[in-house]
Design a protein around this ligand. Structure first.
Ligand code: DC
Length: 228
């Protein structure tokens, strides 16, 4: 019988981490946890409760209200993992640019990170989990058996995001999407609390020029080496 492991997938925004993580979880029968969705849920809470505007954030009030936020995951009928905030399914509400920008801001706060990391570590106690984010291999599960660090050139990521947004009918110029990708990268890499960096023992995959199928093969080989 193969053993159960923890798979940590970190990397920049719009690299395809969640596509990779979801697929691996599905094919291996593992649980998938999208930690970005948790930061997005905190951001949504702040926006909906008047704790954050485009320019301001009431950090003191957010810290006070942190215990009022209950974030969980449930599987939809189609088997998709969806995030819930205080009992409400917020999966589609958290996928907007405004919520993403807010998530990037709340994720710089130490007390937010400590609480979400604590919850994420509990979810991984039984192993058999694929978790994606920015600090999974460095902070959440420094002992994860398999660590992937996914990268792609900013222009390529912006192009992928732009195509997705255009398909959804969202009106953004390519320049704005690229500027947003660069701004979020900068915040991820330069924040004082758990900045995004590759764990020493992580395997880096740059998917700028490889196909999804090639990426799938690389991941499968790496995963099989660890569990068999
Ligand atoms: O992966 P994403 O775009 O859904 O993440 C939303 C924001 O949360 C992003 O700005 C980075 C931040 N984040 C983080 O700081 N740590 C994580 N483990 C996951 C996401």
């Amino acid at each position: 019988m193969s053993k159960k492991i923890v798979v940590a997938i970190d990397g920049f925004s719009s690299c395809g981490k969640s596509t990779m993580a979801k697929e691996l979880a599905r094919t291996s029968g593992y649980i998938y946890v999208d930690t970005g969705a948790m930061y997005r849920a905190v951001s949504l809470y702040c926006i909906e409760n008047g704790l954050m505007t485009d320019t301001d954030m009431d950090v003191h009030e957010l810290e006070k209200q942190m215990p009022n936020m209950h974030i969980s995951f449930q599987s939809s009928i189609e088997g998709k993992t969806e995030v819930y905030l205080n009992g409400e399914n917020v999966e589609s509400k958290i996928r907007t640019l405004a919520v993403a920008n807010g998530a990037s801001r709340v994720s710089t706060l130490g007390f937010v990170r400590r609480e979400l990391v604590r919850q994420q570590q509990l979810m991984g106690l039984q192993k058999g989990i694929v978790m994606d984010g920015r600090d999974i291999g460095t902070v959440v599960f420094p002992n994860a058996e398999l660590k992937i660090f996914l990268t792609a050139a900013p222009e390529i990521r912006a192009q992928r995001r732009f195509a997705e947004m255009t398909e959804k009918g969202e009106n953004q110029s390519f320049e704005d999407v690229l500027a947003n990708v660069i701004e979020r990268d900068d915040r991820d890499v330069n924040r004082a609390e758990s900045p995004l960096r590759k764990a020493e023992d992580a395997i880096e995959i740059d998917n700028s020029t490889i196909t999804l199928d090639e990426q799938r093969q690389i991941l499968k080989t790496l995963f099989d080496q660890k569990v068999l």
